[in-house]
Design a protein around this ligand. Structure first.
Ligand code: GDP
Length: 325
């Protein structure tokens, strides 16, 4: 655990990892920690698979598939081809290199190691200087109540391509989960300056993290600005089912709903320029920039905007005479 982390990002998979990469590049070595959703984790072909942890790991390590945003760029699929020939389920793609991570994680978990420790070791071996923290060391499973029945997350997301309509969500195991000692230490550290909620899906990626008892309170107790980057641009998701799910849950897919959803947890928002007047009308603390992250420069710009807003809010909250510049 690198105690000098100055910023904690909170992330799901692809959308969150884009900003985490931007933050890692504008901050100094070791100054970023990322708390990652594990509600998407599942056991498949006997292997413990943690899609969001791996997406963040591969993204920060620079080995992620650039077009997909998940999986590895330099991948082969010999295992998949043979698995298919043998009649094994093939709806979840497992590349040969990717497979090694799942096999090794499964072996180490079975030997009694904590997921936090295994994840830190992967990060070290991939040469990643960001601290990657799973949201908890005990399993939490996101289950979706849909018009096609109750579905485990990956069955909904990958096998059924998010097609069923979602009626409700459940985070099974959350009540037994606890924030890890590593997270608690980080949140108590005097070095911590900001928490950034990445533009991940609030319902599928961020809510499972916030469902860990005590985690929300620990974030607030850190007494640093908590900045959220909106996952919606003009009411549309950049990718994935965020807007679709909001409609199915009976809420409007817009900035106002995101703001209401996060409530008092968030101190300020980074919104897209197209949402600037909506943000002003809501009376929230915000900064506006182009939030669509296509290039590396885009990722760094959104990261800078988040950190600048955090610094502004920190300065405004500092007792007079001790204002940061
Ligand atoms: P998943 O777990 O792989 O589905 O990924 P996340 O939950 O981390 O991210 C999905 C969310 O990220 C969606 O709501 C997208 O709208 C949002 N997103 C993806 N790319 C961008 C981007 O470039 N800018 C913004 N503002 N949001 C993005």
């Amino acid at each position: 655990m690198k105690a000098q982390a100055k910023v904690l990002a909170i992330s799901g998979g692809v959308g969150g990892a884009k900003l985490a990469l931007g933050l890692s590049r504008v901050l100094g070595a070791g100054e970023l920690a990322v708390l990652v959703n594990t509600g998407d984790d599942f056991t498949h072909l006997g292997l413990c698979i943690c899609p969001d942890l791996d997406t963040v790991l591969y993204t920060l390590a620079g080995v992620v598939h650039p077009a997909q945003g998940w999986g590895r760029a330099d991948e082969t699929f010999g295992f998949m081809a043979e698995a298919r020939r043998q009649g094994a389920p093939d709806w979840f793609a497992l590349g040969d290199r990717d497979l090694v991570v799942h096999v090794e994680r499964t072996r180490r978990l079975a030997a009694g190691e904590r997921l936090t420790h295994i994840t830190a070791d992967f990060a070290r071996r991939f040469g990643v200087d960001t601290t990657i923290l799973p949201m908890s060391d005990t399993p939490v499973a996101t289950l979706l109540d849909t018009d096609a029945g109750q579905l485990e997350f990956q069955h909904y997301f990958v096998r059924l391509r998010c097609e069923p309509a979602v009626r409700a969500l459940e985070f099974r195991g959350a009540s037994q989960a606890r924030p890890t000692a590593e997270l608690e230490t980080l949140l108590r550290s005097p070095d911590l300056q900001a928490i950034v909620l990445c533009p991940s899906n609030p319902y599928l990626s961020i809510d499972p993290i916030l469902a860990v008892p005590g985690l929300r309170a620990a974030l607030r107790a850190a007494r640093v600005p908590l900045i959220a980057v909106s996952p919606l641009i003009g009411g549309r998701a950049v990718k994935g089912p965020t807007a679709k799910i909001m409609g199915e849950l009976g809420v409007q897919a817009d900035l106002a709903t995101v703001v209401r959803h996060y409530g008092s947890l968030v101190d300020g928002y980074v919104v897209d320029r197209v949402d600037e007047s909506a943000a002003r009308a809501l009376g929230i603390e915000f900064t506006a920039t182009q939030t669509l992250m296509q290039s590396l420069e885009d990722r760094e710009r959104v990261a800078d905007a988040s950190l600048e807003l955090a610094a502004r809010l920190r300065a405004a909250a500092a007792p007079s005479g001790r204002r940061a510049s």
